[in-house]
Design a protein around this ligand. Structure first.
Ligand code: CS2
Length: 493
């Protein structure tokens, strides 16, 4: 089929193949600034906003997408070439596809080239919400101490270069300072990352930075800025070159960076928006008083489940999550982990069918059309494990209940960090702490508990005799029998 480039001018042509925005994008005000325009934001929040903008009379709540890191230049350039448009390719469980061109991102900025423009945009009166997907590692949060990492050189740099910051904290602080100076209203800063209490953490980290950089701003922020907590969910694998080629061939759309995702989506939000918010509930989001139980359920079942499938699957030589999820030994291991170590900690979750949730998770993980990359899931495990797995371990240790599966996973992670799978092939490890992980993993070959010495990840876990014992045994079992045989023995107990 003949194809054309995705941009505003070609929308009419494209509309003959797939759904395109039916609202007048040029009249939409970008009153949301979103930082981090990777796949997840574009599959999740931007898709909710796109549906919202289809409601007549809504001209607010368009998105100004900000690319914060040098590394984000490619996505910025793609969006610029495509007038902010991109295709969302939703893959159903049966493999059928739904495609929609999303028009919610009406402005886009590349921060490294133009920090002051980004600060001005965040400080402009029309902006009422700043949303973030900056990844778990982006919060500069020391999981073990719950404190802001003041020794991060980028933080020191930002304190010294307020007009050309590199971290989100430098940007937000300067923007809020301008808002205060100009007598403007405050705004809402909403994290959309996978962190328990993501709003509370954002507030705590920002105020810690403000203490270093602009202490006199603290009080104003406390009274004029709100930080709602939220739980976000939609599995969004990295887009493959095949997805791009198929879109061109089947639908005639030349899109430099379409986004692929599952059909499931969930967004549970605390209603705490100091300067107003979109009616997200009209397009499927849930507003609740206390998000914490929902976050806990999602982080400890879905995200933790991903880490289990990713790390065990990587060692066994799989490259996608569905392959690992469709291995019976791994899926039974995961199910037992969910039932015996996680579910007992979710008893305060009211009105959610936990059994149904777990079942649907296993189905979602097993979706062979999604082909979620194990490399994506295992990336930055040093930031993920402390959020997804360790809270379960601490709580279970406190209750004197089983930690067998979580400890097994940590042992597998120590072995994974050596950089080879069980067949001796290299693993692609992407982790900010890769060097240290490898160093400790090497020493762990002689004494497995050395891995637990990484205090910023494990805190004081190495002091728990119970944990160390179960972990060490698991480590030895994996070395001796391999992952599959070891988990089969555990599953049959
Ligand atoms: C994944 C998440 O990064 C990860 O390890 O678990 O990206 C997950 O796919 C999303 O949170 C799904 O909502």
């Amino acid at each position: 089929m003949t194809s054309c480039k995705l941009n505003t001018q070609n929308l009419y042509q494209i509309s003959k193949q797939v759904a395109v925005p039916q609202y007048n994008r040029s009249s939409i005000k970008a009153s949301i600034v979103h930082v981090g325009i990777g796949g997840f934001h574009r599959a999740h929040q931007a898709s909710y906003i796109d549906r919202l903008l289809h409601q007549e009379s809504i001209t607010d709540w368009g998105i100004c997408g900000v690319a914060l890191l040098d590394f984000d230049i490619k996505i910025y350039n793609t969006l610029k070439e495509q007038d902010g448009l991109y295709t969302l390719i939703i893959k159903e469980l049966d493999g059928s596809l739904t495609k929609r061109v999303i028009g919610a991102i009406v402005e886009y900025l590349f921060a490294p080239n133009n920090p002051l423009v980004v600060i001005e945009k965040m400080a402009s009166p029309e902006v009422r919400i700043i949303t973030l997907t900056i990844t778990e590692g982006g919060y500069n949060y020391n999981e073990a101490t719950s404190d802001f990492d003041v020794n991060n050189p980028l933080i020191k740099y930002d304190v010294e270069h307020p007009q050309a910051p590199k971290t989100i904290f430098g940007y937000l602080t300067q923007a809020l300072k301008l808002r205060k100076k100009r007598g403007l209203l405050g705004c809402t800063i909403q994290s959309c990352d996978n962190i328990q209490g993501n709003g509370d953490v954002t507030k705590k980290m920002l105020l810690s930075y403000v203490q270093l950089a602009e202490p006199e701003l603290t009080e104003w922020i406390e009274s004029n800025v709100s930080f709602p907590n939220s739980m976000v969910d939609r599995i969004t694998p990295a887009t493959s070159s095949l997805d791009i080629a198929n879109l061109k061939e089947v639908s005639g759309i030349e899109d430099g960076w379409p986004v692929v995702c599952e059909s499931f989506e969930q967004w549970v939000i605390e209603d705490n928006f100091i300067t107003g918010r979109p009616a997200w509930e009209t397009v499927g989001a849930q507003f609740v008083e206390d998000v914490a139980p929902y976050e806990r359920m999602k982080l400890r079942l879905l995200n933790a489940g991903h880490s289990v499938l990713g790390i065990l699957g990587a060692l066994m030589g799989y490259s996608t999550i569905d392959e690992a999820a469709n291995n019976n030994a791994i899926s039974s291991f995961l199910r037992i982990y969910m039932d015996t170590e996680v579910s007992p900690l979710l008893s305060d979750l009211k009105g959610v069918n936990l059994e149904g949730y777990k079942k649907s998770l296993l189905q979602r993980f097993g979706n062979e059309y999604i082909k979620d990359q194990i490399d994506r899931i295992c990336s930055e495990s040093s930031a993920k494990i402390p959020i997804f797995i360790l809270p379960t371990v601490y709580a279970q240790l406190k209750r004197r209940s089983s930690i067998a599966h979580a400890a097994f996973l940590i042992a597998a992670w120590a072995i994974y960090s050596l950089g080879e799978n069980e067949a001796g092939d290299n693993l692609l490890i992407k982790d900010g702490m890769k060097g240290l992980l490898y160093e400790k993993a090497l020493l762990s070959k002689k004494d497995p508990k050395v891995f637990l010495e990484i205090a910023s990840v494990f805190g004081k876990l190495k002091e728990s005799e119970t944990f160390v014992q179960v972990y060490t045994k698991s480590y030895q079992n994996i070395v001796k029998y391999g992952v599959e045989k070891s988990i089969l023995t555990m599953n049959n107990k």
